[in-house]
Design a protein around this ligand. Structure first.
Ligand SMILES: *Cc1c(COP(=O)(O)O)cnc(C)c1O
Length: 397
């Protein structure tokens, strides 16, 4: 059976009524026959049948032992860090998601957990950073917004040799394209707000564990800290997952086409997309990704100014100007003034986020229409002469 078929049928039919869609158990508690005698559910923070159905599917998607659904991606990240003790150290990917950086820097450093940031695109940097206090390696691959790729299997080997846990934030790739647990990671986290949900209509997170022991520890933290996903949102994520394969395949196909088109555009300087052979980590990506490279592309303009980028991001019609990614509708943003605004300009530029960098989340509109939208926006922003663009259209056809 293909993975897609398997996934669709992993979503259970309701045993009680035969409902083909998982019922939303909108309840806080469950009536017990006698103290401690119940039907497997007692209080809805601890467990809820709708959430449980989602968690089983998430575990299957990532090839994990168990999964846990949280109220946001950050709540999922928070639950993983709570595995650690004061004095422990984390080695994290340099261009980590900004919200994770804020959580680590402003909350966990106060509680005695240190995070050191290294360029994980070279696995040797990870090996060299390990000390006897290192307990966890935190990867994101591809990263945001320059889509750097780290070699999960190589870093998993280093982690295992030093008895250190490896956690991978798999939000950008989704389990359709990349399954870190099968490459040796111990834990996967997701912002299910993005591809898993897929419709820009909820905030949710997930943790998936490789083995039962880690599963028990995350389950304890989920129940003890309480940042669970609500039943209705659990149902929405389940519904999103039903079309995950189709969506991610289409996002990837369209993104590759758009990335190739951008490469040839006279107003565009760099194009960041792991599916392009010009991407510095393309070979690792090609080995690690299955069936595509996802829907996020970043590019910079030859006129490398905030003004030029802002002119482009306000001139598109189909690409809507908003933070987030992974939805049916295409989005775009300008990291320098939006997601990365709080990063000092010098640091931001050094990490590859140029003043003119634009990030696209390629949605499910046709690639042809999205290209036409970008073409008119780049022209409206008058970063190139009209004749150059017409010449380009001729070349692409
Ligand atoms: C959005 C995002 C998060 C945070 O998820 P929320 O659902 O917004 O809390 C974490 N990691 C990555 C890579 C993200 O893109």
């Amino acid at each position: 059976m293909t993975k897609q078929t398997d996934l669709i049928h992993a979503i259970p039919v309701d045993e009680l009524t035969g409902a083909i869609s998982v019922p939303i158990y909108q309840t806080s508690t469950f009536v017990q026959d006698a103290p401690g005698v119940n039907k497997g559910y007692d209080y809805a923070r601890s467990n809820n049948p709708t959430r449980h159905a989602l968690e089983s599917v998430l575990a299957k998607l990532e090839g994990g032992d168990r999964a846990f659904a949280f109220a946001s991606g950050l709540a999922a990240i928070d639950a993983v860090i709570k595995l650690l003790d004061a004095g422990d150290q984390v080695i994290a990917v340099q261009d980590i998601y900004g919200g994770a950086y804020r959580l680590f820097t402003h909350i966990y450093s106060r509680l005695g957990i240190d995070v050191v940031y290294v360029d994980t695109t070279d696995a040797e940097n990870v090996r060299n950073a390990i000390t006897d206090r290192t307990r966890l390696i935190w990867l994101e691959t591809p990263t945001n917004p320059t889509l750097r790729i780290s070699d999960i299997a190589a870093i998993a080997e280093i982690a295992a040799a030093h008895n250190v846990l490896l956690c991978v934030d798999n939000t950008f790739a989704s389990p359709v394209l990349q399954q870190p647990l099968l490459l040796g990671a111990d834990i996967v986290v997701h912002s299910a707000t993005k591809y898993l949900g897929g419709h820009s209509d909820l905030i949710a997170g997930a943790v998936v564990t490789k083995d039962a022991e880690l599963g028990d520890r995350i389950k304890f933290i989920q129940n003890a800290s309480g940042a669970i996903l609500a039943p209705h949102d659990s149902w929405l994520v389940l519904r999103g997952i039903e079309t995950l394969y189709l969506r991610v395949q289409q996002h990837s196909e369209s993104a590759l086409e758009i990335a190739k088109w951008l490469l040839l555009h006279p107003a565009v300087d760099q194009v960041y997309y792991p599916g392009l052979s010009s991407h510095p980590n393309h070979e690792v990506a090609a080995g690690q990704h299955k069936g595509g490279y996802g829907g996020v592309i970043s590019f910079t303009l030859k006129t490398d100014t905030e003004e030029a980028a802002c002119a482009v991001v306000t001139a598109t019609r189909l690409f809507k100007l908003a933070e987030s990614l992974g939805g049916v509708k295409s989005l775009l943003c300008h990291p320098a003034t939006m997601t990365h605004k709080s990063v000092p300009a010098e640091r931001r530029r050094m990490s590859g986020v140029a003043d003119s960098l634009v990030r696209l989340s390629v949605g499910l509109e046709s690639a042809e229409d999205l290209i036409a939208d970008l073409e008119q926006a780049l022209l409206t922003a008058s970063t190139v002469a009209k004749s150059d663009v017409e010449e380009l259209r001729f070349a692409v056809v």
